[in-house]
Ligand binder design. Structure first.
Ligand code: MOS
Length: 766
């Protein structure tokens, strides 16, 4: 093992952080191809599937104790206000109310969003925390919340990022609405103006994408319990260690005194990468009242206060040569961070997806009096790809080039920033098989389909990171009966992490997957693994599990060598047994070897190596959409999506398809249905519930064809898996938007593409 400085490959908010990790000195032998494997790559149902479908799995939402108390939060009803008085006397008299905390009775607790506080006398968005009530039941706590009298002084507010960026806009924080750090970011290469000058065709367009809310199935929730100085938090989170550290820092207690547990989880999509204020509030009260406290956010709170995908107001200018060569790409973008710092950019696809020498981008992440943005399944890439792929289709049409040929013409063989090759980029292969699967040759000239129901085809490509990175560790234990446990500090958001860990261990040790127990999601019991974000979970942890299992195998082999008095080279490992190659009867079972060991339990901790240096690690793919637009009602029906991607090794065909289905449906929902609506006169969200905030359902779900064009990416790790959670959603909205244009011949430049917009666009053309 050695310590190495590793440049983080995670660019979520334009940040590159130097990190150091302990990694193995030697390279591991790459796993064979899937066709030569028995467990990896197969369709294996989730090993925790039975618990989940029978209701036996205890999610944070289900966790309880006999003496548990319940917390509810009073939230500001105004977009921007100062609190002048809080009167809790009526609420406190309610039977069953135990404790109420707020800005006047709670010492300042620092919160890690910049210099913000747990409670502030200024509230900057509808839904910001004002007070927290703990009571015997959730209903009593909610009733008490309604009995608290707060006097507010309302302030002038601003909800749109373009307005908020103006000089005379209400200032949400001292220093204005475009913070110095990350408020304005620019990028350029080559000479954009020169590229435009040398172009034969120039197209400029504006695009708007809406704010979308994560709305995972399981609400945001925490159960906290103190045992003397030791705090345990059951939390629905994507990052147990990151929650542990930020809560320890807010409460000013050692990280070793905080244990975070996430056994089962019902989704996060990026919104649960951060600790919740509710966990800190619950922990503060719980310590004082000496009882466990549970807090579960309702749908309204989830739609107001715990994150969203920022909107975008993009202006894109493209120049191209008559032969289709891209000459210049320019982007200006305004995105709303909400009331506290967050990333709201969208430039990465334009910068990196296609070959172009002259690129310039200028992006503003702007404070607005709305709930704060958070990372949301491929932050920036979903909105950026929609706009980029829309305008590229318009340019292709002007040049009379087939949109697919236009993309192939501008294929980028290397990373244009670093001029490094990619570890793998099978995008051309994906175009070919994807086009075939959708029947691309049936695509007609845009707007030429006859009849009132018009069919169209569209495509969009995808680039993302998702190669994983060190540090990530997994401890593999083998007991005297031959049973195996794998411990890893990751968490399963519902994606199948338990299952892929068991698969890798079962593959290496050649024992049935049922004999492998997986323990994850517990900061006190497991070695460190990173938060589940950036599609980095599978590619980060599976090489560590592989390493740990190989080390166990090596220990068994050396143990067998000693016991059988045969040199290791003459021994063969097969199905959990070791025998002499020339004398098969001279053999030992793994359990027999461990039984003779004084350790009683064989233990090895594996770690994830660095990816091969000198390369860029990315994922690529293309999605094709086949849609029908009813020109009388404006309704859009997506018939089929073909998703053809290069994502390294398939670890489990079933969980992989699940990810693609989820990503495509979420992308479709974003393209056609979802939009957080804020009333511009009151600054209030008018659809903070699942009735008025429209999410696609089974009835909207198209046929989804998932095609993987990659084998293992051996330059990434010995396992060669890359992430798929985010690649799956990135191209869907762009592909659907282009298919809608192809059907009706009129471009709709703002998402969601709702029937009213379709009808208005069609009428404009009449
Ligand atoms: Mo993802 S938005 O990094 O959970």
């Amino acid at each position: 093992m050695a310590q190495k400085i590793i440049r983080s490959q995670y660019h979520l908010y334009d940040e590159k952080i130097d990190t150091m990790a302990e990694v193995p000195d030697s390279e591991l032998k790459p796993l064979p191809k899937n066709k030569d494997l028995k467990v990896i790559g197969k369709s294996i149902p989730r090993i925790d599937g039975n618990e989940k479908v029978t209701g036996a799995a205890i999610y944070t939402f289900d966790k309880t104790f006999v003496n548990i108390a319940h917390g509810r939060t009073l939230r500001s009803p105004y977009p921007f206000a100062t609190i002048t008085k809080i009167d809790t006397s009526k609420a406190e008299k309610l039977k069953g109310v135990i404790k109420i905390i707020h800005t006047y009775n709670t010492n300042e607790i620092s919160w890690y969003w910049g210099n913000s506080k747990l409670f502030d006398k200024t509230t900057r968005y509808e839904g910001e925390e004002v007070a927290f009530v703990v009571a015997e039941t959730e209903a009593i706590a909610e009733k008490a919340v309604r009995l608290i009298k707060v006097e507010y002084k309302e302030l002038d507010f601003v909800i749109n990022p373009v307005d908020a960026a103006k000089e005379d806009a209400p200032k949400i924080h001292e220093g204005g609405n475009i913070p110095k750090r990350r408020g304005h970011s620019t990028y350029s290469r080559g000479d954009f103006e020169e590229g435009i000058k040398n172009a034969d065709v120039v197209v400029e367009e504006k695009y708007i994408t809406e704010v979308a809310v994560h709305n995972p199935t399981e609400p945001f929730c925490s159960v906290v319990k103190w045992d003397d100085e030791q705090l345990t938090i059951w939390d629905s989170t994507q990052g147990i260690f990151s929650v542990r550290d930020s809560i320890a820092s807010s409460l000013k207690i050692p990280q070793s005194k905080v244990r975070v547990i996430t056994e089962y989880m019902g989704g996060g999509f990026g919104a649960k990468l951060e600790a919740g204020k509710y966990s800190v509030m619950a922990a503060l009260v719980s310590k004082e009242i000496k009882r466990p406290v549970k807090v579960v956010l309702d749908r309204r709170e989830m739609n107001l206060a715990v994150g969203n995908r920022p909107n975008s107001y993009q202006t894109i200018k493209v120049g191209a040569k008559r032969d289709g060569t891209l000459m210049a790409l320019g982007l200006t973008n305004y995105g709303s961070m909400g009331a506290y710092p967050a990333g709201a950019g969208a430039h990465w696809p334009l910068r990196s997806l296609y070959k172009c020498e002259n690129v310039t981008t200028s992006e503003y992440s702007v404070f607005t009096n709305t709930g704060r943005a958070r990372a949301f399944r491929a932050p920036g890439h979903v909105q950026g790809t929609f706009a980029l792929e829309s305008i590229l289709d318009d340019v292709a049409e002007k040049l009379k080039i087939n949109p697919l040929d236009f993309r192939i013409k501008n294929f980028a063989p290397i990373d244009q920033d670093s001029e490094r090759p990619y570890t793998s980029k099978k995008l051309l292969e994906a175009y070919e098989v994807g086009a075939k699967a959708i029947g691309w040759e049936n695509r007609k000239t845009s707007g030429s389909d006859k009849g009132f129901i018009k069919r169209g085809f569209g495509l969009a490509s995808q680039i993302w990171w998702g190669g994983g990175y060190p540090p990530a560790y997994a401890t593999v234990k083998m007991n005297r009966d031959g049973s195996v446990q794998v411990l890893c500090g990751t968490q399963d958001l519902g994606t199948g992490t338990y299952t892929i860990i068991a698969q890798v261990a079962a593959e290496v040790l050649e024992i049935p997957i049922e004999k492998i127990d997986v323990l994850i999601g517990d900061t006190q019991a497991t070695p460190y693994a990173p938060s589940s974000g950036g599609s980095n979970t599978a590619p980060s942890i599976t090489p560590a599990v592989y390493d740990g299992a190989l080390q166990i195998k090596e220990k068994l082999m050396s143990g067998a060598s000693a016991l059988l008095e045969v040199s290791q080279e003459k021994l063969v490992y097969s199905k959990g047994e070791i025998f002499e190659s020339d004398n098969k009867s001279n053999s030992l079972k793994a359990s027999e070897i461990v039984r003779k060991m004084r350790e009683r339990v064989l233990v090895a901790t594996g770690s994830r190596n660095e990816s091969t240096s000198g390369y860029r690690v990315n994922t690529f793919g293309v999605q094709f959409a086949d849609v029908e637009v009813n020109t009388l009602t404006g309704k859009i029906k997506v018939n089929k999506i073909v998703a053809a991607h290069d994502i390294g090794r398939t670890l489990n065909r079933q969980t992989l398809e699940n990810q693609f289905h989820g990503g495509v449906i979420m992308g479709l929902s974003y393209a056609l249905h979802e939009e957080r609506v804020v009333d511009e006169f009151t600054g209030k969200v008018v659809n903070a519930n699942l009735l008025d905030y429209k999410i696609a359902t089974m009835l909207d779900t198209p046929e989804i064809d998932v095609i993987i064009v990659s084998e293992a990416d051996e330059l990434v790790s010995a396992v060669g898996a890359k992430g798929i959670g985010e690649p799956a959603i990135i191209p869907t909205p762009g592909a659907i938007a282009n298919a809608v244009y192809n059907a009706i011949g009129v471009r709709i430049n703002s998402l969601p593409i709702t029937p009213d917009k379709v009808l208005m666009a069609l009428n404009k053309e009449v």
